[in-house]
Design a protein around this ligand. Structure first.
Ligand SMILES: [Zn+2]
Length: 176
């Protein structure tokens, strides 16, 4: 009875687990920070699933030793498609990665397109950089200039609009 209670307590502490790397998460979490996979209930003993679809296949390739440590940015890509291609290359070497919209581009106009940062766990960063170099992709090659904040972008757009309206107003005066 004592043993059973202990295991129940542990499950209450971390009722969710990642099917990719087996990491435990609190009930408030939805996705694995490392793999980006949706978390499953029941702890690691239930987490190892047979590859049934692409997502499970992806999870199966991930090497657990590349899932430790904080997320580190290893590359900058121009769009989602490029990012996913890169993620595929990294995954072939067992390195899970996530794509994140680059700073300053997280406004609605840029949700579908726009540049992405590719992040991997610290323990996988060295391997990730090797993969990038082997494929002729210089890691961290192109940083955009100082990222414009969404607020500043909006201010710029409004400024341009105001200028346009002023020009129209002046023209209307001249024509009259
Ligand atoms: Zn994971």
């Amino acid at each position: 009875v004592t043993v059973r209670r202990a295991s129940l307590n542990r499950r209450e502490e971390a009722p969710l687990a990642c099917p990719g790397c087996g990491a435990s998460y609190p009930a408030s979490a939805r996705f694995c920070d490392t793999c980006g996979l949706p978390l499953v209930v029941g702890g690691p003993q239930h987490a190892i699933l047979e590859p049934r679809d692409e997502r499970h296949e992806r999870a199966r390739k991930i090497k657990p030793q590349f899932t430790e440590g904080p997320l580190i940015k290893v590359a900058y890509v121009r769009n989602q498609v490029e990012g996913e291609f890169l993620q595929g290359l990294l995954l072939e070497e067992g390195v899970p990665s996530i794509l994140r919209r680059s700073a300053g581009f997280d406004v609605p106009d840029f949700l579908a397109a726009g540049p992405r940062d590719v992040l991997v766990a610290a323990s996988g960063a060295a391997t990730a950089r090797e993969v990038l170099l082997e494929n002729g992709l210089a890691p961290e090659s192109r940083e955009p200039g100082p990222p414009a904040s969404p607020g500043r972008l909006l201010a710029g757009l409004l400024g341009a609009l105001a200028l346009g309206l002023a020009v129209l107003w002046i023209l209307s005066l001249v024509v009259r």
